[in-house]
Write a protein that binds this ligand. Structure first.
Ligand code: FAD
Ligand code: COA
Length: 407
């Protein structure tokens, strides 16, 4: 039987992969193409779906081992690191935790073979206010029929497995809460289910090889066996699904930290290589202090992310704690943008051009205070947890809470 690797073995595997990925990263970025070659190598090395339990073909690796791998990969190729996150800590975690036996047996092999599942939450009119989503899944006979539109869906057009969040309506149109719907595409063969359409791709600042797509659902039929029923039912479905999503937030924060750690390594090299005023840049105290601050930021981010990866949510949930995940992702993403910016500064004009990877890293890292819950939204969640209060953001939110308390 296959042994679970030690953390050090995972790190070594990731470092080897990252060394192969480094020279290719600029090419995916420039050509705006998905890194299929890297995906094949990640699958071959057992990194795709490493957190999937052994009985379903994965390695049963912990989230902590996954973040160790993600950091190493992110140092050289942000695009590949995003794929590793989604293959271990995104929609697949929700399916493996909440899914039926048949759903798990269906999803696991797809990911192990190289699929990056897509998680479909955001809509044009429901970004941070995700609970205001208007995509509906209406009970019609013994199936659900989905209608609506999602945008900024990472992997739309290349992903096979899609986990679509939708507002569940009963046969009479009554709101039942929010559920997850598993939809399978086969983009290699140009097959999309009837009623499912990739309507467009965004032109992005960074992570250019990753499609960010708009998806449209027009009477998309989902059979009962592909409904991911959250453990507390549809009424609490959003909370359960977001609980699983906390793992993705830890993974995303780790990519940002990994990019920053990579930029720090480049900066250390260059400060010794480059001479001005007859001395290596490394001897200038102004840059030494910048470097020390960069190191502290990366180190603090790593500690928070590892703590979050090892944590558990309420009632022994296997997912990271909501507050630790939010705190770590907000901190790591804001810190990484600053660290990469400072590293680029140390390279002077060379950092601004494409002979070094800094300009790509600078563009890649920018998204992490936006995608997966903005830094502002995450801090609001942290504050709510710190204060032990609900923090409604709608204009009448506090009035509604007060009215409910008085009932
Ligand atoms: P808005 O919600 O319109 O916010 C605009 C600004 O206002 C932000 O700065 C925000 O922080 C601030 N703001 C909003 N509300 C508040 C508040 N109450 N208090 C303080 N500030 C506030 N979504 C998916 O479902 N699946 C994906 O795979 C996915 N991938 C993505 C990949 C990328 C590269 C990006 C950029 C986005 C992705 N998203 C994805 C969408 C992402 O989750 C949303 O962009 C995010 O939730 C914010 O929504 P919004 O862009 O509509 O911004
Ligand atoms: N983990 C666990 N539970 C969560 C959660 C998380 N990350 N986010 C929300 N919940 C729970 C809340 O605790 C709440 O449960 P309660 O009713 O027992 O208090 C329930 O879900 C609804 O959350 P609430 O904060 O009341 O919702 P809201 O209508 O005020 O909307 C959010 C705010 C949750 C949508 C907003 O904070 C958010 O996370 N937006 C970002 C969306 C996002 O990350 N998109 C990424 C797409 S890839």
């Amino acid at each position: 039987m296959e042994q679970i690797h030690s953390t050090d073995t995972y790190r070594a595997i990731a470092q080897e992969l990252a060394a192969n990925f480094a020279p290719r990263a600029a090419e995916w970025d420039k050509s705006r193409t998905y890194c299929w070659q890297n995906v094949a190598e990640l699958a071959e090395a057992g990194i795709m779906g490493m957190t999937i339990p052994k009985e379903y073909g994965g390695k049963g690796a912990s989230y902590h081992d996954a973040v160790v791998v993600i950091e190493e990969i992110a140092k050289s190729c942000t695009l590949s690191a995003r794929i590793v996150v989604e293959a271990n800590m995104g929609g697949i975690s929700a399916v493996m935790a909440y899914g039926t036996e048949a759903q798990k047996r269906f999803a696991a092999p797809l990911v192990l073979a190289g699929d990056k599942p897509a998680i479909c939450i955001t809509e044009p009119e429901a970004g941070s206010a995700a609970t205001e989503m208007t995509t509906t899944a209406r009970r019609t006979g013994d199936v659900y029929v989905l209608n609506g539109r999602k945008h900024w869906i990472t992997g739309g057009g290349v992903s096979r497995l899609h986990l679509i969040f939708a507002r569940v309506l009963d046969e009479d149109g009554e709101d039942q809460g929010i559920g997850g719907y598993i939809v399978h595409c086969d983009p290699d063969n140009g097959v999309e289910p009837e009623g499912f359409r990739v309507a467009g791709r965004e032109h992005t600042l960074g992570l250019c090889g990753m499609p960010e797509a708009e998806l449209v659902f027009e009477d998309l039929v989902v059979e009962d066996d592909m409904v991911l029923l959250p453990p507390s039912g549809f009424r609490r479905g959003f909370a359960d699904l977001m609980n699983a999503y906390n793992s993705q937030r830890v993974g995303a924060g780790t990519i940002a930290m990994g990019v920053a750690a990579g930029a720090l390594e480049h900066a250390k090299r260059y400060l010794k290589e480059r001479h001005q005023f007859g001395r290596p840049l490394a001897e200038f105290q102004g840059l030494q202090w910048m470097l020390a601050d960069m190191d502290a930021g990366v180190h603090a981010s790593r500690l928070m992310l590892h703590e979050a990866a090892r944590s558990r949510g309420p009632d022994g949930s296997i997912f990271p704690d909501i507050m630790m995940a939010a705190r770590a992702k907000a901190f790591a993403s804001e810190t990484a943008i600053k660290v990469v910016n400072d590293a680029l500064q140390m390279f002077g004009a060379r950092g601004y051009g494409d002979k070094e990877p800094l300009e790509r890293m600078y563009r890649d890292v920018r998204m992490f205070t936006i995608g997966g819950g903005t830094a502002q939204i995450l801090k609001t969640q942290v504050a709510g947890q710190l204060l032990g209060i609900k923090t409604p953001q709608t204009r009448d939110g506090y009035a509604k809470l007060a009215a409910r308390a008085g009932e």
